[in-house]
Design a protein around this ligand. Sequence first.
Ligand code: ASP
Length: 301
Amino acid sequence: MKPSIIVHGGAWDIPEGLAESNVKGCEHAAHKGFEELEGGASALDAVVESVAAMEDNPTFNAGVGAVLNRSGMVELDAIVMDGASLRYGAVAAIQSTRNPIKVARTILDERNYSLLVAEGALKHADEHGFSRCSAEDLLVGRELEDYREFQRTGRIRTRLHFSGEADTVGACAIDQEGHVACATSTGGIPRKHLGRVGDSPIIGCGGYADDRAGAASATGWGEQIASVILAKTALDLQGQLSDPTAACREAVSILSERVDGLGGVIMVGIDGRVGLYHNTPRMAFAFIEGMSGSTGAGISL
Ligand code: ASP
């Protein structure tokens, strides 16, 4: 079948100054993954490539460009899931790592664990030859300025993060064999508590993939997303509705109605159609739908 891919660069109030780089970053990541798919790569490899490209892009809150927690540290969360085997790999609160999604990918191949946290995740990364980086390597100027303001004022405004500052990245794809996969990566919520883990690396919450339904990746206020298991909820709705946009919309309305949550979700269905929906002011995205030949990128309002 013809492959498709959709990526997001976070659902939040993207300021004008970052809009163009967000859209460009999403476009670049979608094309990178799609080239892999066209070359015969698996959906799993494609979503890892796309998300790694966004982790390398300082525009986004993932990998380089990730936010600092309250203690002035960068702790990263990521998940990748394969819809054919239902296997997943995830890391949470990992430090000193440029590409947590690639570490998560190596965990997916493990038999004895699927999610590793903090020091354990870093040990696994060391054992698999990932080189460590310093916190400064991941830090960008805008984040340092915001952190200094937090140090001055002590203010933490979680609700404002999603009308303000958070931009997790994610990708969902279907390959030529009809297999689906998802990947999600984040620095989490700015000024989060040391050790806080959001929805992103938790199966069903920040991502889920099942060859019988499709693949979904979520972004937004993690505690609320986890309460409604947003990615899996969206895929269950896709099973009923067979319309990725409608399924994402319904899932986000559950997020709003049940927990007053803020966020968004992207999806690829097993027929290769893509969809997205969010209730935040904006969400950056890009997609290439092989079957219809339609492509798109932008800031959804
Ligand atoms: N969901 C992420 C978290 O709560 C943040 C985001 O998507 O922007 O850690």
